[in-house]
Design a protein around this ligand. Sequence first.
Ligand code: SF4
Ligand SMILES: [Zn+2]
Length: 252
Amino acid sequence: MTKTTVIHEGDVPYRPQPTLKEALEQKKIGMYEDRIANISAFRGCKHDCVYCAFKRTLRFQKCDACRAFEPHAHLEALLKKPPKTKPGQFVTVGLTGDIAFATKDELQAIIRYCNKYPETTFVLQTKDPRIFLDQEIQNMITGNMIIGTTIETNINKHGTYSKAPSVFKRLEVMEKLDCRKMITIEPIIAFSPLFGVDIANIHPEIVWVGYDSKNHKLLEPSLYKTINLIEFLRGAGIDVREKLIRKAWNEE
Ligand code: SF4
Ligand SMILES: [Zn+2]
């Protein structure tokens, strides 16, 4: 399948439904288990997602801005050499925040760092992938970098859990970007039937799927729908990695 192939719903056959028992046997919990390190060169965020797990991780830092979760750079972290990655592994940069709040200079410094270590695969994750539409920034993206974003649903009005750009905007921008891509559908939120098609048309190499692990009582899809989505994406040739897979909190 080429990057420009447009996928339609009927292109990927649905597989037989797993039983609930089979589905629950697939349950796995883990935070990006193939992430072998994080280079903490950018911290803090203002997207204010209700389910943010990163705010709390900075609360014991000496730096006032870290404790306040204010977006700011720690470019001294770029002095550290990253580990080399094996196939499937990656190193994140600025996991405890969002690089969308970095200045262009800071973002370029981070990307130059990734350029310097071609034997390491980096994931640059942001809920505002529009930062990568800047042509100068795009030109700096090389094959050892994967651009990642979270897309929890494809129903815009369900995106009220965060001040980040709408899920429509994230879908649109990710489809436009011509580079290695990763999508995180976590925490998964109730979606419309074409969600699989929307994600497949981004042509991501990896998709993570997981339910909210912290009991925020989000508007969740049924397990049946989530399993269908996973099967659809796998059928489209995407490497789908499961995180917390369970029934919706309000599902019988
Ligand atoms: S975008 Fe990420 S870091 Fe920012 S508030 Fe949301 S979950 Fe937290
Ligand atoms: Zn700090």
